[in-house]
Ligand binder design. Structure first.
Ligand SMILES: Cc1cc2nc3c(=O)[nH]c(=O)nc-3n(C[C@H](O)[C@H](O)[C@H](O)COP(=O)(O)OP(=O)(O)OC[C@H]3O[C@@H](n4cnc5c(N)ncnc54)[C@H](O)[C@@H]3O)c2cc1C
Length: 289
């Protein structure tokens, strides 16, 4: 199967890419690693007049600490995100999620910005961005605006990005000491998209939880934070916790989709189990300091 014909440009700066997108209007589309877009074009599930390739824009690549946050350029390849020493030390949840994304060929080419902009409800990075209260820099003709993760994901494959905006960078707060993180998911085979998953972070002060974050994926059209459960965990002593019950509570009120992979009820049961597992591992890691 071949894509419908399209024009192509490969600018070397963000300004030039934004100008090309703006001129193309609704017919323009950004090409990053191509791991989601190219199959959609090839299957003719989508067609565009102009592809604006970001692969030659050096300023979109790389990881650095910036104003106390981890800043990751949108075109940083998923493999490079997972292997980066700053990410591993200061935003380890991203590194833990990376090996769960597809296969190494996909991670070598796919970018973090592409994964987040694509906003697949079963994808790992969007849930991690939400769990970590990440912020997303969107650059368009009027300049750059910063979007909180909580406002970014608006539905299946849709985000707050406008047609003429490029996701240029992602920013992640650095958690304090005695923090632990984990991602757990259920997939039919290694490398498949998850059926459901949970990305969690916990920070301890002695034996008490002082910070908790839980984001579920594969349970709705966007990743979902279990905000009420997080708030209820803060201040609790570890020995008082029934983590199986916490996992169940995190899924209260969810109505996951029914499809050929799993019924809604099975997804709810699995989401509760992966939340319990992820929290258990995150707490173990936080206890190790
Ligand atoms: C077999 C297979 C298995 C996979 N398994 C998983 C998995 O388990 N988990 C998972 O999370 N993903 C999985 N993926 C998807 C993979 O992670 C993709 O790399 C990712 O979704 C898209 O990243 P990309 O850089 O390839 O973006 P592209 O495919 O180039 O673009 C995807 C979309 O995002 C837009 N976009 C890209 N970058 C930007 C930007 N900077 N600003 C604005 N818009 C942008 C594009 O216009 C397009 O609409 C899988 C893919 C395949 C082919």
């Amino acid at each position: 199967v071949k894509p419908a014909p399209f024009d192509y440009c490969a600018p070397t700066s963000v300004d030039a890419a934004v100008a090309a997108l703006t001129e193309a209007g609704e017919g323009g589309k950004v090409l990053a690693g191509g791991q989601s877009l190219v199959p959609m074009l090839a299957l003719r599930l989508a067609r565009f007049d102009l592809l604006v390739d970001l692969n030659r824009i050096d300023e979109l690549r790389g990881v650095r600490l910036d104003d106390g946050r981890v800043r990751v350029g949108a075109m940083t390849r998923q493999h490079d995100v997972g292997a980066d020493p700053i990410v591993r030390a200061s935003a380890p949840l991203l590194a833990l999620a990376t090996p769960l994304i597809g296969h190494f060929q996909i991670r070598n080419r796919g970018s973090i910005g592409g994964s987040v902009a694509h906003a697949d409800p079963a994808a790992e990075y969007p849930a991690v961005v939400l769990a970590l209260d990440g912020e997303l820099d969107a650059t368009g003709p009027a300049g750059t605006r910063r979007i909180a993760a909580a406002d970014f994901f608006t539905g299946t494959w849709t985000t707050a990005l406008a047609d003429d905006e490029i996701l240029t960078a992602l920013r992640f707060p650095v958690w304090g000491p005695s923090s632990g993180f984990a991602v757990e998911e259920v997939a039919r085979r290694h490398g498949d998209f998850a059926i459901v998953g949970a990305a969690c972070g916990v920070q301890l002060d002695g034996a008490a939880i002082v910070r908790a974050s839980i984001a579920l994926f594969g349970v709705a059209s966007t990743p979902v934070r279990a905000g009420n459960v997080e708030a209820a965990l803060v201040g609790r002593e570890l020995e008082q916790l029934d983590l199986a019950e916490v996992g169940r509570s995190a899924c209260d009120g969810l109505h996951p989709p029914d499809d050929l992979h799993a019924s809604s009820a099975l997804r709810t049961t699995m989401a509760s189990a992966v939340t319990t597992r992820a929290l258990t591992r995150a707490i173990e890691e936080a206890r190790r300091g």
